[in-house]
Design a protein around this ligand. Structure first.
Ligand code: CA
Length: 174
């Protein structure tokens, strides 16, 4: 009984750690993924570790997050429970730290918003400078919570522009 309780406590602690990405954690780690619907997140030193984690060890990605392609996304779709809607980057031109936002499935082809996430107060609030979308998704980055100034919906933006740069606080995908 004691052993069982310890195991549960350890799992709860692990879940709490995973679900609460702090700014310091993300800054130190460099490359993260975040599940848009559950809020679960994990961070790593390299982007290769992000893909390793999302694919359950089934895929090896040797390049940085700027090299992740739609073809790579489709390979991940086959083996992963969640699929990437977009990768956001700390710097313009898809540089610096990254966060891969994963969702349940590909985006639809109409203009209905399929997924959205409020990133206010997370490590990625006021930080995004460029993004790439995958799985038929287009990304919109807002300075407020689905309000304010925005860039998108567009598939990719190598530079979100002076108004939205380092000011984005929510994301939508359609
Ligand atoms: Ca930035």
């Amino acid at each position: 009984m004691i052993k069982r309780l310890s195991t549960v406590a350890a799992l709860a602690l692990g879940a709490s750690f995973v679900l609460t990405p702090s700014a310091a954690h993300a800054d130190a780690a460099g490359h993260c993924w975040t599940d848009v619907e559950s809020g679960a997140s994990a961070c790593f030193t390299t982007f290769a570790e992000v893909i390793d984690d999302l694919s359950g060890g089934a895929l090896v990605h040797s390049g940085g997050p700027e090299t992740f392609s739609q073809e790579d996304a489709e390979a991940l779709d086959v083996v992963a429970a969640s699929v990437p809607a977009a990768i956001v980057y700390e710097d313009a031109a898809y540089g610096g730290s990254s966060n891969t936002y994963v969702v349940a499935g590909a985006c639809g082809t109409d203009t209905t918003v399929d997924y959205q996430i409020n990133i206010s107060g997370t490590a990625w609030d006021d930080r995004i400078s460029s993004f790439k979308s995958f799985n038929s998704c287009e990304t919109k980055l807002w300075t407020g919570v689905y309000a304010g100034s925005s860039v998108g919906f567009v598939p990719n933006s190598s530079n979100v522009g002076a108004t939205v740069n380092d000011a984005g606080s929510s994301l939508q995908w359609r």
